[in-house]
Design a protein around this ligand. Structure first.
Ligand SMILES: NC(=O)c1ccc[n+]([C@@H]2O[C@H](COP(=O)([O-])OP(=O)(O)OC[C@H]3O[C@@H](n4cnc5c(N)ncnc54)[C@H](O)[C@@H]3O)[C@@H](O)[C@H]2O)c1
Length: 296
């Protein structure tokens, strides 16, 4: 390892003077409660469409309040109308916040507002799903530097800023919260036929970011895990499959269950990682890929 640069820590969070040996206790709650998000608020970046908006519905269905954050001016109309209906019938809240996760000022302010509203509604912020991400398919030898940097900025730096400010809120409030980052199986394997070097690199970085911050934040009872999907049909992949329909054949060749994923396949895994059922799990990756990585 080379020389380590040390920046003096400027922090307005008062850290506990004594770090308890263990501040997480095993839950004695019945199993159905281990999957409940009742009385909690969960923030979801990328919650304007695709996987993120589906995970917001999972949060509501598990009894939690959902706060969606996205760069889009408005969330997808049909899904949002369904979410509002679900929230109303369950007496839960759903909110939408336009925010670019690559701006530290904006994401920090946005998460603070969500946390304040949660506390006021007696449903504190206890979890964040960092789901916002972008994809680009360009051969590595032709990759324009701006494109490569943009992928890193959103998928790595934006994800880091999201979880950094979530953790600051948790530490300040003494919340033993859960952070879930949406990585990808592409953080572990290079997808055959896809020229996505920047994206794959960014998702491997998210998986290592998870382990790095998990070892820093476990002392506060904060858990951090990644959820790594295989191929899912969303706006992100539809664009690619419309342009290059033959790619679907390559993807299906590795689909052990004979189908690609749907956003709904990730509802239960995400709720599990947010809720108390996973209280002994941190620094881990939960790969949900229809078996794709199990065979060559
Ligand atoms: N679709 C797949 O096959 C697949 C597979 C593995 C992992 N993933 C991951 O799942 C996540 C969701 O992907 P998706 O398929 O739903 O794609 P999507 O493009 O439908 O959704 C991504 C969302 O992130 C938002 N976003 C992008 N940049 C942002 C920024 N700077 N600030 C705030 N929001 C921003 C977009 O507006 C969009 O709503 C991504 O992290 C993606 O890498 C997707």
């Amino acid at each position: 390892m080379g020389s380590i640069e040390q920046t003096p820590v400027v922090s307005d969070i008062s850290l506990p003077a004594h770090i308890p040996e263990s501040n997480q206790t095993p839950s004695s709650a019945p199993t159905n409660k281990l999957f409940s998000l009742g009385g909690r608020t969960i923030a979801i970046t990328g919650g304007g469409r695709g996987l993120g908006i589906t995970l917001a519905s999972a949060v509501l269905e598990a009894g939690g309040h959902a706060a969606c954050i996205d760069i889009l001016p408005e969330p997808s109309a049909t899904e949002w109308a369904a979410l509002q209906k679900l929230a109303k019938s369950s007496k839960l809240s759903i909110s939408y916040h336009k925010c670019d996760i690559t701006s530290e000022e904006d994401i920090s302010k946005c998460l603070d507002e969500i946390a304040e509203a949660g506390t006021a509604a007696n449903a504190p912020l206890t979890g964040t799903i960092a789901c916002a991400g972008i994809q680009q398919k360009v051969p590595a030898v032709e990759y324009p530097i701006d494109g490569f940097r943009r992928i890193m900025d959103v998928n790595v730096t934006g994800t880091f800023l999201t979880i950094k400010h979530t953790a600051r809120i948790f530490i300040k409030e003494g919340t033993k919260g859960s952070v879930v980052m949406i990585a990808s199986m592409s953080g572990q394997v290079a997808n055959r036929g896809l020229t996505c070097s920047a994206y794959n690199t960014s998702k491997a970085a998210v998986q290592q970011m998870c382990r790095s911050v998990a070892q820093e934040w476990g002392q506060y009872g904060i858990r951090v895990n990644t959820l790594s999907p295989g191929y899912i049909r969303t706006a992100m992949t539809d664009e690619l499959l419309t342009a290059e329909p033959e790619v679907e054949k390559t993807w299906m060749a590795g689909a052990l269950l004979g189908r690609l994923g749907a956003p709904e396949d990730f509802k239960a895994p995400a709720v599990f990682l947010l809720a108390d059922g996973s209280s002994f799990m941190t620094g881990a990756d939960l790969r949900v890929d229809g078996g794709h990585c199990a065979s060559a």
